[in-house]
Design a protein. Sequence first.
Length: 299
Amino acid sequence: MELHIKAADRADRKPPDNRARMLISCPDGPGIVSAVSRFLFEHGANIVQSDQYTMDPDGGMFFMRIEFDAEQLDAALPGIEADFAEVAGRFAMEWKIYRAAHKKKLAIFVSKEDHCLVELLWQWQAGDLDADIAVVVSNHPDMREYVESFGIPFRHIPVTKDNKPEAERMQLEAVGEEIDLIVLARYMQIVSPHFIEHYRSRIINIHHSFLPAFVGGKPYAQAYDRGVKIIGATAHYVTEELDGGPIIEQDVQRVSHRDDVPELKRIGRTIERVVLARAVKWHAEDRILVHHNKTVVFN
């Protein structure tokens, strides 16, 4: 019964069917905001939210996120996109328009530690994560019963040093081409460059340290050995550089000399789950623009 109640809550909170989101990045210069606003006005759209950021008004990059409403959006959107190409060309824009009511399809990868997965499922059930979780993939069978209790498909795909190419083929098959985002929720395997290229800027990982400190394995042990007074977690897009992708969100908590490695891990789990959930939510709501090794997050 609880699942049905929460499903109803999600339906009540969904964005209006006539709402769209536009993300823009381009070299900064005069007239960008005016041109975009006038274009939307001339196409009968009403801007309901607008955020912008410039790296440097004199020759830097400009970033913009606009939410707008348009009557009969499904019918109007192809014409809006076709006509906007002229404006985009004038300002050398990279741009994309998303229907706000179209839920992103997520695939979550997990190993044995469940805290990040549980947080995502809780937020999805409560309606705070406006997305569809299409599948959970794991190299261990431990979470099957819990995941399937939410009505979400679970795929157990073991990964060993001898079967990695075959395991990856099965993972790609389980995820499919229609997936919008893959979330590595403490998935303790390194994904291949081929896998990353398949979902460029569509894989989010949670790393259990405040990057760029303590890259790689056992970061809490590294932090303890260094005697840190603050520990943290970092959600970032995955690239070929280990733990080096564009950072989306981070948070920290103070610790002391009294905290051993198990205690650091216990404290860190709370930070990890919150940081990852924020990053996934912002991606699902089209709030992130990637520029080289950085992100602009309109949160």
